[in-house]
Design a protein around this ligand. Structure first.
Ligand SMILES: [Zn+2]
Length: 84
């Protein structure tokens, strides 16, 4: 019986550790992502709708009447095309 309690406690601890670890990992990834875009000195493009600057690789690119437009999201793109 005592062994079973230890076993359950270990499983519980392991589960908690994995949960914490996963959270830390995703938090770190977010930090790395936001940092790497500025550190890389990547080209920034302006969203014509909300005037946000987005790294070229993350921008939502769309060619409208022969001109390339970059948006921060599909929502901004939809807004832009609806306006015209
Ligand atoms: Zn936008």
């Amino acid at each position: 019986m005592f062994r079973l309690i230890i076993f359950i406690a270990l499983i519980y601890l392991l589960y908690k550790m994995i949960k914490t670890f996963n959270r830390l990992k995703s938090e770190r990834n977010e930090n790395l992502q936001s940092k790497s875009t500025t550190d890389r000195g990547e080209e920034l493009v302006e969203d014509p709708v909300c005037h946000t600057y987005i790294p070229l690789s993350q921008a939502y690119k769309k060619e409208i009447s022969g001109k390339d437009y970059y948006f921060c999201s599909k929502q901004c793109h939809d807004k832009f095309t609806r306006k015209k």
